[in-house]
Design a protein around this ligand. Structure first.
Ligand code: MG
Ligand code: ZN
Length: 367
């Protein structure tokens, strides 16, 4: 009974309506001994400078990032490069293995490595993926597919038929129904019992947990947050509540702010600002669920830094002025923020692949 984890005075209704994140004292939330659920949130290309700028853009004291009681750093390199790409970076989190850049949950000898999503799904957990890119993009793919190269988008889409999952919200519908092989993988998913929809009508989904679903928000890559894309925070809440109903054992949800990285490659600080503010709201949505639930471990990190971003003095002395030194990823360590039962395991400096092991350890008594 989850209510027993709720302190009676946990939510102090603020006199200032609408400032909800200020009304919860996250240090006072009563937590279970071990997590039942894990929400792994990846800001692609998000490291110290992106998080710093995000906090300053949001306004100090108002950012969801400031609520995390435990902070660590991971060393983001891949097995063949100090500077990882998102495929090897996500494979380190999903499999606990360092692999070569461009590999999707496969080892350097091309053997597939089992992902945390696959192993928990097989043990009866509910699993989900919520992203602002295509389903076939490197980060989500590394949790569900096994391919030698991240560029094999058509094959990655096929892998969604081999690995059971409970919910997907994100772009990339075209990889499933506008294919060179003429197959319609949306129909294949429907035959496997999935509710498959397009758009943003969350109420049309089986929110009671009765059926698995895939909600495709766009045909290919979703637009930027500054161009009006705003489904990620709501999709994260919907996925948490759905997955919670879907299995008694617990759930694993991977949420990605996919385009923080793209803003870095483009050296576009306005794009970065919009993506960081969107991801901040998304992190808040996950924290809201976790604080109510008491049995959910929330981990927020990036796979690598992107853009060699620095905060320099701008014309407006109170505004962060982001300067980029590269159009590529860099090798800087990446912050890891954790809240919930097991969060203390995430302080310190460790390998990116240790995040997988720490998630496994946190869940151990549940398995
Ligand atoms: Mg990504
Ligand atoms: Zn990138």
């Amino acid at each position: 009974m989850k209510l027993r984890f709720l302190l009676p005075l946990l939510v102090i209704i603020s006199a200032c309506a609408g400032n909800r994140q200020q009304s919860i004292d996250y240090k006072q939330v009563k937590l279970a001994d071990r997590p039942k659920n894990i929400i792994l949130m990846i800001g692609d290309g998000m490291a110290m400078s992106q998080i710093s700028a995000g906090i300053y853009w949001k306004g100090v004291g108002h950012s969801a990032f400031e609520h995390f009681p435990y902070v660590g750093f991971h060393k983001s390199y891949s097995c063949d490069n100090l500077v990882t790409d998102s495929a090897a970076g996500a494979t380190a989190f999903s499999c606990g293995e360092r692999t070569e850049n461009n590999r999707i949950a496969t080892l350097p000898d091309n053997r597939p490595c089992r992902t945390i999503l696959e192993s928990l799904e097989a043990k009866g957990w509910a699993t989900g993926i919520v992203v602002t890119c295509s389903a076939t993009h490197a980060t989500p793919a590394s949790f569900i597919a096994h391919q030698e190269l991240r560029a094999f988008s058509e094959e990655i889409a096929l892998d969604y038929l081999d690995t059971p999952f409970d919910c997907y919200i994100g772009g990339g519908k075209g990889y499933f129904n506008q294919r060179p092989d003429k197959r319609n993988l949306l129909d294949s998913l429907r035959k496997r019992g999935y509710v498959v929809h397009t758009g943003f009508n969350f109420n049309s989904l089986p929110l009671d947990g009765s059926k698995p679903f895939a909600l495709f928000t766009y045909d290919r890559e979703p637009p930027t947050a500054s161009a009006g894309r705003k489904y990620l925070p709501k999709a994260t809440s919907v996925a948490c509540n759905f997955l919670d109903k879907r299995s008694e054992k617990g759930f694993f949800l991977m949420v990605e702010g996919s385009q923080i990285d793209w803003a870095g490659h483009a050296n576009d600080r306005n794009w970065l600002r919009a993506e960081m503010l969107d991801f901040d709201k998304t992190v808040q949505a996950a924290l809201d669920f976790a604080a109510r639930d008491g049995e959910t471990l929330v981990i927020v990190t990036g796979d690598h830094e992107c853009g060699g971003a620095a905060l320099t003095k701008g014309e407006n002395k109170r505004e962060p002025h982001v300067k980029f030194t590269s159009r590529l990823h860099t090798g800087a360590m990446v912050p890891v923020l954790a809240f919930g039962p097991g969060a203390e395991k995430f302080s310190g400096i460790y390998d990116n692949k240790a995040i997988f092991l720490k998630m496994q350890e946190a869940l151990i008594s549940q398995q």
